[in-house]
Design a binder for this molecule. Structure first.
Ligand code: G6P
Length: 439
């Protein structure tokens, strides 16, 4: 294939096991998205993984006959120079830190989860200072680039970039809405491109307000299917506990898989405690999956993304990332669910807050599609989570212990200030090497 005038993409956290998803997405779209330079960036502790994933990426690109040059580096500043797009997909403290985020709350009878409750708070406290450092480098080395952030908690991270930096060319991304749309298509037994969903809410707190099949509103039919047990619609990383039919009918919207932590807290906690006892927490299960994946990635005969990657919750994430980059690069004007500035799209959320909504994607970025307001039934929870995100982001940036305690206490999954302090202190101690702002 002849080389075209291409674009430069930098992926920070390039040693991630998800990277083959991204490479597959760029290969698939090379005609409309000619990536001529891809820099995979990691930190010294991730160098071995970077080399393994990077070698597979090079084999995949060679096999596809795509003239994409792949660079592997630990030098972020060198990589960022003149980038067109920067994607971020890193995990501070790696899965070991996530396992702590899950285990400590569980010990105190509180949901232990990657992006929700105390786990979500500490993922944010570890991640936000690092992402703001990356933004500072981008201001120097690639001031015109787009930052496409996948790093969790993606909603809180996007909020932190808007509120605590001057960077506004950022889009927060997640595969949950993509997964919800695929789930609806599966439930209706139709191709996904016939299904449209009006998304509105926050990351991992997003609702499908209206569902359309070939332009016709089929929301009630889909909910009927979900309540009759035809499908529960979840992802690999979340138990598919069924919904109360009467609840879902009255909600009259599509909840996302993560809503189970809020609307089925007791059952999900019981499930988590049982799993932690019998097979390990999600992070501990994923650590085993990661080991298997990296053994596979080492095989020099492997030249494509192994389907074992589908066992991760992040399935379809590359589609979300590559579709977004493709639509910005080509000014497509198509509709995609992303995290961006609210600007009035959801009436009861501040205009300058980050929300996850259906947007029209253009070369000047996402244009949120206004939904009016969220129904009264869900408005309060979404506002409470947004309050939590904003206070957590302030704590992350300031290193203010009391702000961190406030964020922990106002989180809807934490039942009391006394318990909030106990969990906070234990997690601060367990994560102190990754929380320099609190020392
Ligand atoms: C979903 C969420 C991601 C999350 C992932 C966890 O894809 O959208 O934000 O990181 O699940 O999957 P895992 O396989 O690591 O539990």
């Amino acid at each position: 294939m002849t080389e075209k005038k291409g674009i430069k993409i930098v992926t920070i956290g390039g040693g991630s096991s998800y990277t083959p998803e991204l490479i597959e997405g760029f290969i698939k779209r090379y005609d409309t998205l000619p990536v001529h330079e891809l820099w995979l960036v990691d930190i010294p502790e991730g160098e071995e993984k970077l080399n393994i994933v990077g070698s597979l990426a090079k084999r995949m690109v060679k096999e596809a006959g795509i003239p994409m040059k792949i660079h592997l580096t630990l030098n972020r500043q060198e990589a960022l120079k003149d980038a067109d797009f920067v994607t971020t997909q890193f995990r501070v403290g790696l899965l070991k830190a996530r396992a702590i985020d899950e285990r400590i709350p569980l010990k105190h009878g509180v949901i232990g989860q990657e992006t929700n409750g105390p786990g979500g708070l500490f993922k944010g406290l570890r991640t936000i200072p690092v992402i703001l450092d990356i933004v500072k480098d981008m201001e120097t080395y690639c001031p015109d680039a787009w930052l496409i952030n996948f790093t969790n908690p993606a909603g809180m991270v996007t909020e932190a970039i808007y509120r605590h930096s001057n960077w506004n060319k950022v889009v927060g991304l997640c595969n949950v809405p993509v997964g919800m749309r695929m789930g609806v298509a599966k439930a209706l037994d139709v191709k996904p491109d016939r299904v449209e969903v009006d998304f509105a809410g926050l990351n991992h707190m997003v609702y499908g307000l209206n569902i359309y099949l070939d332009g016709e509103n089929v929301t009630k039919m889909v909910i009927e299917k979900m309540t009759s047990g035809d499908t529960s619609m979840t992802m690999k990383n979340i138990s598919d506990l069924g919904w109360e039919p009467g609840f879902l009918k009255a909600l009259n919207m599509l909840p996302c898989p993560y809503h189970r932590y809020y609307y089925k807290t007791d059952e999900m906690l019981a499930e988590e405690l049982k799993n932690a006892e019998e097979k390990g927490t999600r992070a501990e299960v994923v650590q085993k999956l990661e080991t298997e994946l990296f053994e596979l990635y080492k095989d020099v005969e492997l030249r494509k993304k192994p389907e074992q990657l589908e066992k991760r919750g992040g399935a379809y994430y590359s589609d979300a990332a590559c579709n977004l980059i493709d639509s910005i690069h080509n000014d497509r004007g198509d509709v995609q669910p992303v995290n961006t500035l609210n600007k009035g799209a959801i009436a009861s959320i501040a205009d300058d807050s980050a929300v996850e909504v259906s947007c029209i994607i253009t070369k000047s970025g996402p244009k949120p599609i206004a939904v009016g307001d969220l129904p009264v039934s869900v408005r309060g929870l979404v506002q409470q989570i947004k309050s939590f995100e904003r206070v957590a982001a302030e704590a992350a940036v300031t290193g203010d212990y009391d702000k961190a305690l406030l964020a922990m206490t106002i989180n809807p999954l934490v039942p009391s200030d006394t318990l909030a302090k106990i969990i906070l202190d234990e997690m601060m101690e367990a994560h102190k090497e990754h929380l320099p702002q609190f020392i």
